[in-house]
Design a protein around this ligand. Structure first.
Ligand code: PBG
Length: 332
């Protein structure tokens, strides 16, 4: 400890907790709407809206996402991270729809940018919403997820998304070497100003369960993602992942999931001093909902405490499905 204070009874820690005013005076971390990125699950007009696993959260049509983007700008949220729901009939082995300039993600980005140009839009880059096997990459004949062919596919996907107007592409696939390859691919097409938010430290996690329902991958996914996503047991490995992505040109680093991995948020922030983003993932949001519905805790209080703690751990921004709700609570 830097300052060794005299001990009790000269020091009484409760002196500065006596009143709201004193507590505010010594508050070390403050959450603001500009720390929060709204997670959005998109749908076509005739797709189902309800995501039972996610409580009250609904998939949004392009029209609804434009309205949401306007509200997000009005309340100073940092941005929107978009993810597409895809029907099983629109999926195939190679994830072809990922490269279609008129897919749901691209149409949404163009519509939002036309109506709300100042909205910061972040696109997930990975094939899992589009493959019939539900994996983030291309599958070889023996069932392995092929690294280098997948990277080539991700370059194409990132360029299509950049062309539609996304400000930030966020590779969430965990293939080796994809950050540098996507950077070169973007630059070659004149997208040198499109930023890369790397899902650098991404674990193979049970907490993504509700997301798989949300984008329509649950039934599709064969096996698990442990040959490319990280083992939750490993911390040093996460620093190596982050170091590689920094060296390949990542502009920002992400840690995912959120609360069980706050140690990694702190370690990555301290090690690299990079803009660091944490993802409060679907399972964390669903747990808060379920606990509130069971009468076990207050949803709003649990959400605000969670988000504040991401900041205390060193996150510069948090992606959460509760961003708009949290911003309203901050507004009082
Ligand atoms: C897919 C992707 C996932 C999430 C974001 N991008 C799921 C996965 O890796 O299986 C999870 C988001 C969430 O749980 O909220 N590449």
């Amino acid at each position: 400890m830097k300052n060794i204070a005299p001990s009790f009874p000269r020091t009484r820690m409760r002196r500065l907790r006596r009143s709201e005013g004193l507590r505010a005076l010594v508050m070390e971390t403050r959450l603001t709407p500009s720390d929060l990125i709204q997670g959005v699950i998109l749908r076509e007009d005739d797709d189902p809206a309800d995501i039972p696993a996610m409580g009250g959260l609904r998939r949004l049509t392009i029209g609804e996402s434009v309205e949401l983007a306007q509200r997000c700008v009005n309340i100073n949220l940092a941005g929107l991270a978009l993810f597409p729901f895809t029907k099983s009939g629109d999926r195939d082995e190679g994830g072809t729809l990922a490269f279609d300039e008129d897919n749901l993600m691209c149409r949404a980005a163009r519509a939002i940018k036309a109506a709300v140009p100042e909205a910061v839009l972040i696109a997930d880059v990975a094939l899992d919403p589009y493959t019939d096997h539900g994996h983030d990459g291309l599958m070889g004949e023996d069932g392995t997820i092929l690294n280098d062919p997948t990277v080539d596919a991700l370059i194409r996907q990132a360029n299509v998304l950049a062309g539609a107007g996304f400000d930030v592409v966020a590779p969430s696939d965990m293939m080796d070497g994809r950050i540098g390859a996507i950077r070169d691919g973007l630059d070659a097409e004149g997208f040198e100003d499109v930023a890369i938010l790397s899902y650098a430290v991404k674990y193979a996690s049970a907490f993504y369960g509700p997301y798989r329902d949300a984008v329509g991958s649950r039934g599709a996914l064969k096996g698990d993602k442990r040959t490319y996503q990280m083992n939750p047991a490993n911390g040093d490995e996460g620093l190596r992942e982050a170091a590689l992505d920094v060296s390949e040109g990542a502009d920002m680093l992400m840690i995912k999931p959120g609360l069980p991995y706050l140690d990694m948020v702190r370690r990555v922030k301290d090690a690299f001093g990079m803009p660091t983003v944490a993802f409060h993932v679907s399972g964390e949001y669903a747990m808060l909902n379920a606990a509130a519905e069971a009468g076990a805790m207050d949803f709003d209080a649990g959400l605000m405490e969670s988000l504040l703690c991401f900041k205390r751990a060193g996150a510069d921004a948090v992606i959460t499905y509760g961003a708009e709700h949290a911003a309203k609570l901050l507004d009082g």
